[in-house]
Design a protein around this ligand. Structure first.
Ligand code: FES
Ligand code: FES
Length: 926
């Protein structure tokens, strides 16, 4: 096979797919997102035609020129125009989808470019909401030049390294409608400028290494045996047949696991999560729980070995509904655990609970002129980051090294050390660029079992989740049922606000307490109200575990509370925006959610009124699309507000170092990983600003436990507000040192004297904590006869404090809105009656495609927060939260009916809209 003009060293194996073969040959720009032809991350060209290489037999490509992303640029290094367009428009975040996306676009003709939704339907992006991809498409020169290129070179004699198809001749001028390029800096320094990501060129050329893009000699592969039962006790495991298989090196079972209880969740304080997990347990509590780990010379042998492991189970009664699980007599998931495990009530399947009140809700309701009492159901969704969970481990001397797709390298190092009784210094965890996380990679789902295998076999071992495992055995958002009671006086002043939450944490309680607290906390604290009450339970069931997910519980509570308050405003005949203005928290107010005790958070900056105005004005502007002309459509507008603490409670710490480099410029070391949230860009901007230099002078090293003392990890936007503050402080110290050690010292009389290179370090502990705000608005058209919702206009206004990088921050908002729209409209993890996750592919799950996502107008309030670096606040987690309630409120405005159950898929919308009889429609008779 000729790949990128180079004859391949070996032929494909029989039955091997082209993707596996190409990666085996070292073409790591070819990514794996699904192995089912759904995501496009593996797109390459065969004979100039884009194919999904994961479902393309490698043998079929023999004798045909194959081009991967690495072969798209010209030999002299000039980027293909499409690569250049993605670079100019910064058409990526984590970048895991980008190689495939670029390959597809590079093969599109002008007609396809004009209607990209169809041609790009096979390329999924989870981060950008496709908005920056659309900007890249607008930026790319016409494809005509490529079409006029000669046919692909003869397969038998390709020029060495000649890419196929050839890059067009001299770069074509930009298109008529020039895309917005990176805006020039408005500020005096790099902060405030839409500077590009430092890894951009490597991302668009496929040369940025992700976790598994590493050729390690002697690498063994792991495959996991998973439980076919929702609840069972393992009676015996017979590994003999698997061990007899050629290539199988070891089979690990519960007999090999350390007798240590822990949580897969990573938090600064380990006691924040119940310790209910064992590396390989004797009891399985959900269908898909790992039972054994088979390690072999090849992945194929490991998978074949896993199929031969015979496990005998004693099946136990299972419970799938959290209300039933809390009832007396329900099967107990962790009845064997002691109080020291941190489980709130193991005898009632309650992993965590929260209760609190202020004032008297009953009195507040009695005094109200209007009351709303409604129950809401929020479904289970998946992070669906394109890079699945993966880790490689090896030994350096006696030291264990783990290279993992994690948001928390330092906390993972600490957890692995505890688990195996190793001193932390004997374990090193590093993360390459992470291919998306959204909270899902605040879990330790691969590193523990890889560490076990490496320590026992003393050779490198790799584990990569399949997409099916990702759906069936990684974590999800917590499904919740939330009942809201709210009352207000005739003038709209809130008199009572109460919520009762039942969260389904699945079989393990990772993040159960934190998500529950956070879910109840900010949703209530946002409103001034003398009478508040909360009761919440996070409940074990025999289902796939839930965990941290973008929004950390707030997207669920926001859907319930913002829907209920919208209804209350309507009952009182008040404009929902005006109702919010009257009741939202103001500077100087104590933040009180579930107890009289004010929390350690303050409203230190306040762009909320401006956000409300921006959204109201935009919705009234007449911009956006017109309603469909056919009869039967109703239109309406809706909005919702959310608040987010700038830093999680319970401590978040970052250490940063910066030093002068011998040849000029600086090296900056930080601990937090880059997973598409843009912190690597922001850190360089902050350091350059403090040092009065350009970002090109800052060489960033990150996400390795050997580089700095500690970093709690990437939670919300702590990479910007906590690690960013440590970076800024370190750089400011270095600038001060430079001032104190003036040039005179450098030019010392002794010519042999070399000035000592200066170095500085600093920390941030994430305090004081402040809040940020997001307001989302929609104008929609709804067709009650079919349940169809069309978004005519979408706007989000964000109070992000000082916006360090406007282009990047806008991308985070666009991506957050798109992800939340997918969650609200299409996505759902389904679990069947036996407890099995039945949505196991992107196709079944319905991740939004290019054509599904509307454009969102993004606005930023002018504010500056004293607690953040140069006034910055977080803005990568929060944009998700107000989307679903704003959408439901718009549908309510259009139809007069309140939608209480997510997702708003067409069939469910139809059912919900019509459950009380047909919606009154002026145009059609139902
Ligand atoms: S990995 Fe090939 S389409 Fe997803
Ligand atoms: S940038 Fe597309 S999946 Fe992350």
């Amino acid at each position: 096979m000729i790949v990128n003009g180079v004859p391949a060293a070996e032929s494909p194996a029989p039955g091997q797919c082209l993707r596996t073969y190409l990666r085996q040959q070292g073409w790591f720009g070819v990514k794996k997102g699904c192995d089912a032809g759904d995501c496009g991350a593996c797109t390459v060209h065969v004979d100039g035609v884009p194919v999904h290489s994961c479902i393309y037999p490698a043998m079929r490509a023999v004798g045909h020129p194959v081009t991967t992303i690495e072969g798209l640029a010209a030999d002299d290094g000039e980027l293909h125009p499409v690569q250049q367009a993605f670079l100019d428009a910064q058409g990526f975040q984590c970048g895991f989808c980008t190689a495939g996306m670029v390959m597809t676009v590079a093969a599109m003709d002008d007609a396809q470019r004009a209607e990209p939704g169809r041609a790009l339907k096979g390329n999924l992006c989870r981060c950008t909401g496709y908005q920056s991809v659309a900007r890249a498409l607008a930026c790319a020169p016409p494809a005509t030049a490529q079409a006029e290129e000669p046919e692909a070179p003869e397969p038998k004699a390709p020029e060495p390294k000649a890419p196929e198809p050839k890059a067009p001749e001299p770069k074509v001028a930009p298109p008529k409608a020039a895309p917005p390029k990176a805006a020039p800096p408005k500020a005096a320094g790099p902060v405030g400028a839409s500077l590009p990501a430092p890894a951009g060129r490597r991302v668009v050329t496929g040369r940025e290494p992700y976790t598994l893009d590493l050729a390690l000699p002697g690498l063994a592969h792991m495959s996991l045996v998973r439980s076919p039962h929702a609840h069972a006790e393992i009676e015996s495991v017979d590994t003999s047949a698997a061990m007899a298989l050629p290539g199988v090196l070891a089979v690990f079972t519960h007999a090999d696991a350390p007798d240590v209880l822990y949580s897969t969740a990573r938090h600064e304080k380990v006691e924040d999560d119940p310790h209910d997990t064992v590396l390989l347990d004797r009891v399985v509590r959900f269908m898909g729980q790992r039972v054994a780990a088979v390690v072999a010379e090849t992945l194929a042998a490991a998978e074949a070995g896993a199929a031969l492991v015979k496990v005998s189970y004693r099946v136990l009664p299972a419970v799938f509904d959290p209300d039933l699980a809390m009832a007396a007599g329900a099967p107990l998931l962790h009845g064997d655990k002691t109080p020291g495990s941190g489980i709130a009530r193991p005898r009632r399947n309650v992993a965590a609970e929260v209760h609190g009140d202020i004032g008297d809700v009953a009195t507040g309701l009695a005094r109200a002129a209007a009351v709303v009492s409604e129950s809401f159901s929020i479904h289970r969704i998946q992070h669906a980051h394109l890079e699945t969970h993966a880790a490689i481990g090896w030994l350096e001397g006696d030291r264990l090294v783990l290279r993992s797709s994690t948001q928390t390298p330092f906390l993972t190092r600490d957890a692995v050390s505890r688990l195996f009784g190793l001193p932390p210094g004997q374990v090193r965890v590093q993360a390459a660029r992470v291919g998306g996380g959204f909270g899902g990679k605040q879990e330790m789902l691969t590193e523990d079992v890889v560490a076990l295998a490496v320590l026992r076999l003393r050779r490198p071992v790799q584990l990569e989740f399949t997409r099916e495992e990702q759906f069936a055995a990684a974590t999800t958002r917590h499904p919740m049922r939330i009942a809201v009671q709210a009352g207000a006086a005739a003038d709209g002043t809130l008199t009572a606000l109460a919520i009762q939450t039942v969260a389904n944490t699945g079989a393990y309680g990772n993040h159960s307490g934190g998500v529950l607290m956070h879910s109840c906390g900010e949703a209530l604290a946002l409103y001034r109200c003398p009478n508040k009450k909360v009761d919440g339970w996070s409940v074990y069931t025999n289902t796939v575990p839930a965990g941290a997910f973008r929004g950390y519980g707030l997207s669920q509570s926001a859907f319930a509370v913002e829907s209920a308050l919208d209804e209350l405003a309507r009952k009182l005949g008040l404009d929902p925006v005006e109702f919010r203005r009257r009741n939202v928290i103001r500077p100087g107010d104590p933040l009180i959610s579930v107890s009289e005790e004010p929390e350690d958070v303050e409203v230190a900056s306040y762009g909320l009124p401006e956000c409300l105005d921006l959204v109201a004005e935009t919705l009234a502007s007449g911009r956006g699309e017109a309603a469909p002309p056919e009869p039967g459509w109703l239109t309406g507008t809706g909005m919702a507000v959310t608040m987010l603490d700038t830093v999680p409670p319970g401590g978040h710490y970052s250490h940063a170092r910066i030093a002068e480099r011998p040849g000029g410029g600086y090296t900056l070391w930080v601990g937090t990983p880059e997973f598409g949230n843009g912190t690597s860009t922001v850190h360089r901007q902050l350091a350059a600003q403090a040092l009065g230099t350009g970002v090109d002078q800052i060489d960033l090293r990150q996400s390795d436990t050997d580089l700095v003392r500690h970093d709690t990890g990437a939670y919300g936007s702590t990479g910007t507000v906590v690690a960013g503050l440590a970076t800024l402080r370190a750089a400011q110290k270095l600038a001060d040192l430079r001032t104190a050690q003036p040039l005179a010292d450098e030019r010392a009389a002794d010519p042999a004297h070399e000035r000592k290179l200066l170095e500085a370090e600093a920390t941030s502990d994430g305090t004081p904590r402040s809040v940020s705000f997001n307001v989302q608005g929609f104008r929609v058209a709804v067709r009650p006869a079919t349940g169809e919702i069309r978004i005519l206009q979408s706007v989000q206004a964000a109070d992000a404090g000082t916006v360090i990088n406007p282009g990047q921050c806008r991308g985070q908002v666009e991506g957050g809105v798109a992800q939340a729209l997918g969650a609200a409209l299409y996505e759902h993890v389904d679990i069947d009656a036996a407890g099995r996750v039945s949505t196991r592919t992107f196709r079944q799950y319905h991740l939004p495609q290019f054509a599904d996502v509307p454009r969102t107008e993004v606005h930023f309030a002018v504010s500056r927060d004293p607690s953040g670096p140069l006034g910055a606040k977080p803005m990568s987690e929060a944009p998700f939260n107000p989307v679903a309630p704003a959408l439901a409120n718009a549908v309510r405005d259009a139809t007069g009916r309140r939608l209480t159950d997510l997702p708003l898929t067409r069939d469910r919308v139809f059912a919900q809209l019509n459950k009380a009889g047909p919606v009154k429609n002026p145009d059609i008779d139902l």
